[in-house]
Structures are given as C-alpha cells and as structure tokens.
Design a binder for this molecule. Structure first.
Ligand SMILES: Nc1ncnc2c1ncn2[C@@H]1O[C@H](COP(=O)(O)OP(=O)(O)O)[C@@H](O)[C@H]1O
Ligand SMILES: [Mg+2]
Length: 323
C-alpha cells in the first residue's frame, strides 16, 4: 500500500542511534499517516525512547533521517517543536509549581494568551481529575503526576503527539482514563505515536502497530493483520454434561475449513472439547453458528482464548514481551 506524500505525518528513513557498541535504534524506516494512531510496541530496552527522542529532536541520530510534518529532524528543529506535543517516559514536571501552573507554563511557552491558557488548563485538569489541587505537584502521587504530564503535552493542540509509555505505573482506573483520552485525540485528527510495552494497550488503541526489538522493526501492520500473519490459533474449550457424544461433535467440527484441530481433553469429570481455529472473533461467531452443539443445555462451560500480540511477539522472537 502506498501513501501519498501529503498524507504522511512522519517518514522515517533508516534511522540509527548507536551509543558506542549499543545499537539502541538500528535502521528504522516507517511511514506514519496523518491522523493515525500508531503504536511502537516492544520490550524494555528495545529502543522506543531513543526513537522518540530523535523524532522530537532531543537526540541527534547517528545515521539516517526522518521528516516530521515535512521537516527534517536534522535541520528543522524549530519548525518541528512548534507542532508536536510530547509526554516523556520519565515524568517531567516542575515540582515547585502547582498543577495548573505547570500546564499554564507550557501554554505560555507556546505563546498562548493568558486568559485562554487559564481556561483551557482548568478544563484539561478537570478532564484528568486533578482540578482544584492547590498543593505543590511534587506531593502528587505517581499516577497524578503522569496525568499532569499528559495535560502539559496536550494544552496546545499539537498536530502530532508523542506518548512514551503514558500508562506505565498507573492504576487500572487511571489507565482507562488515559486510554479514553488517547482515543479522543484520534477523533480530533491528531496523529498519535504511542510507545508501549503493553500489548493490550497497543491492540485496543492502535490503527497500526510496529513491533520493535533490539532497535529493529520486526513486523508492522494493523493489530488484526499482525495476529493473522504471525499469531497463534485461537482456542475454544467447551465442557459438556454427560450426554453429548463428543466423537460426533468432533467429526462435525473437523469439516469446518478454519478449524485447525479438535481434541478431547480431560477436565475434572467433564467431557471437554478443545478446538483450535484460525482467524479473528468473526470465526468464533461462525464456529458457534455451525450448530455442532445439538443441545445448548448440555454445555456446562466455555472458555475462549484469543490470539494476541503477545503471541505475535513470542512467535517472532521466541521471547515474551514482559521479561
Ligand atoms: N544515553 C544512553 N547511553 C547509553 N546507552 C543508552 C542510552 N540511552 C539508551 N541506551 C540503551 O539503548 C537501548 C534502548 O534504550 P531505550 O531507547 O530506552 O529503550 P526502551 O525505551 O524501548 O525501553 C538500551 O539498551 C539502553 O540501555
Ligand atoms: Mg522507554
């Protein structure tokens, strides 16, 4: 699939950053489309933060180049920083300022009029559940500091937003809040580059995902494409009450084209069938519609295990995403 030039937000060409013998980023090439939510998924040490630092002109590459909004990261620093928002992995806030002062400070740096900055800050901090806090931000919990940091990256509407592990260390509730916010960015036509080691996060938010390992992109595509191409089979486990004749059921199931295998397994004293099949959730629905279960009353339990980006990473590297 080719993308026309004016649709591209970021074009990365053979970008490298070596720290002596450590090849942190080792020849990355990617095209990221305008308005796209693009995740770079990889384990700790894969090179995500180094890549973001180069794209946001904090670090100079060892080799290669990238265009952000049409400007080279080698020569266009001033143009680039005006259009991007960055939420770094290491929380970067001014300890001795209050929440709103931190956000208003960023707004001032972008030349936003004071009145507008105050109004927008109040609204943003309300959305993030940290409005009305009068204490210094150094006394905030880690989760609150991260939300404040996100608010700082969003106070002016950036064209491109870089989020480096935005939910690391957040409790599930705050994590969901941040996810909603990221989805909302997408509705506002902001290009979002999300660095994460969280495969659920990448799977549920992204239009496209690049998997990075040891400084190299090892696979790229929509979450569905990646799972279909590199993932494992899905599995459905069904336990029946005594009456069902599993041999007959098995025979029926084996004729379905996307079923890879079906076998009887031992689960306590229940007759249990394990079916592995290819494809996404659509095939699960199709499978259940085949009518191989003659009497639904006889089904005691069902467990579905879906092929995930974790399987994709495991199949590609032989390792798990989390060490
Ligand atoms: N300033 C640096 N000096 C030396 N090595 C570094 C530096 N920054 C990062 N690295 C190394 O580069 C690799 C990639 O790091 P990083 O980009 O932080 O990965 P990630 O963000 O995916 O966890 C790691 O091996 C890390 O130790
Ligand atoms: Mg990192």
């Amino acid at each position: 699939m080719s993308i026309s030039k004016d649709q591209i937000a970021i074009q990365i060409k053979d970008l490298k950053k070596h720290f002596k013998e450590v090849k942190a980023v080792d020849g990355v090439s990617l095209d990221i489309k305008k308005g796209e939510l693009y995740s770079i998924l990889g384990p700790n040490g894969a090179g995500k933060t180094t890549l973001v630092k180069m794209l946001t002109t904090v670090l100079t590459p060892t080799a290669g180049d990238a265009k952000v909004n049409g400007h080279s990261i080698l020569t266009g620093k001033n143009e680039i920083v005006k259009k991007i928002g960055v939420c770094p992995q290491v929380i970067t806030i001014y300890d001795a300022l209050r929440a709103e002062e931190n956000v208003e400070f960023v707004a001032a740096m972008h030349g936003m009029p004071r009145k507008e900055a105050k109004e927008k800050t109040r609204k943003l901090l309300e959305d993030f559940g940290i409005a009305g806090r009068k204490d210094w931000s150094k006394h905030f919990s880690g989760g609150m500091q991260r939300r404040l940091n996100l608010a700082m990256s969003l106070i002016f509407k950036p064209e491109i937003l870089f989020l480096d592990e935005p939910t690391a260390g957040l409790d599930p509730q705050a994590r969901r809040l941040v996810w909603d916010f990221i989805r909302d960015m997408k509705n506002k036509d902001i290009t979002v580059i999300l660095m994460t080691h969280d495969m659920v996060e990448a799977d549920s938010l992204s239009d496209r995902v690049a998997i990075i390992d040891n400084g190299k992109i090892i696979a790229e595509g929509t979450p569905t494409e990646l799972k279909e191409k590199h993932g494992s089979d899905n599995s459905l486990e069904i336990s029946f009450l005594e009456q069902e004749d599993l041999n007959l059921v098995k025979k029926n199931i084996q004729t379905i084209p996307f079923v890879v295998n079906s076998s009887e397994i031992h689960r306590k004293d229940r007759k249990t069938l394990l079916i592995s099949f290819r494809g996404g959730l659509k095939n699960l629905v199709r499978l259940l519609q085949q009518g191989f279960i003659e009497n639904i009353e006889e089904v005691e339990n069902m467990k579905f295990r879906q092929n995930s980006l974790e399987d994709v990473f495991l199949n590609l590297t032989g390792r798990r995403l989390r060490d």
